[in-house]
Design a protein around this ligand. Structure first.
Ligand code: CMP
Length: 138
C-alpha cells in the first residue's frame, strides 16, 4: 500500500552541509516528496514535538539539540513508507546502523543522529500535521 512517513533532517546534518546529499538518497530510494520546508524550531516547539519522550532522561538534551539550528521537515510517500524509510535511515544509534544507511554515513551519535523517521503510520500523520497544513501537503 502506498502511504506516507515524516522526516526531519536534524540540526547536526544541516550544519555539516549534508541536506542535499540526504535528500538525494531519499529521492534515489524512490520516495516522493509530498511536502517540505526548512525551519528553526524554538525549544518550546521541539519540546512539543517530542512530548512522548518527556519522561526520558535524554529529553532535555534532545530538545536543546533539536532547537540548536535549522532543520528540513518533509512528508514522504512510497509503498510501505514507514518501514522502507526506517531501513534507509538505519538504527537510531549510528554505531549499530547498517552500511549504506543515512545514519551510518552522516550521524555522529545516538543523540545527534542526522535524521528522524516516524515509527508508525499513526505517528507519521500526527508528525506531518505538526509541520504542514492540508494545503501544504501535495
Ligand atoms: P528520533 O528518531 O528523532 O526520535 C527520538 C530521538 O531521541 C532519537 O531520534 C534520538 O535522537 C534521541 N535519543 C534516543 N535515545 C537517546 C539517548 N540515549 N540519548 C540521547 N538521545 C537519544
Amino acid at each position: 500500500m502506498t502511504n506516507r512517513t515524516f522526516t526531519m533532517i536534524k540540526p547536526d546534518a544541516t550544519a555539516k552541509g549534508n541536506t542535499g546529499a540526504i535528500l538525494k538518497m531519499i529521492n534515489e530510494a524512490g520516495f516522493r516528496i509530498v511536502a517540505m520546508k526548512m525551519t528553526h524550531l524554538s525549544s518550546a516547539k521541539a519540546g512539543e514535538f517530542y512530548a512522548v519522550h518527556k519522561e526520558r532522561p535524554f529529553y532535555g538534551e534532545l530538545v536543546e539539540f533539536m532547537s540548536r539550528g535549522p532543520i528540513t521537515a518533509a512528508i514522504l510517500e512510497k509503498e510501505n513508507a514507514v518501514e522502507e524509510f526506517r531501513k534507509l535511515i538505519g538504527a537510531t544509534n549510528p554505531a549499530q546502523a547498517a552500511e549504506g544507511t543515512i545514519r551510518k554515513l552522516y550521524a555522529a551519535s545516538i543523540g545527534e543522529n542526522a535524521v528522524h523517521g516516524s515509527d508508525s503510520d499513526e505517528n507519521a500523520q500526527i508528525e506531518g500535521d505538526f509541520f504542514f497544513s492540508k494545503l501544504e501537503q501535495f
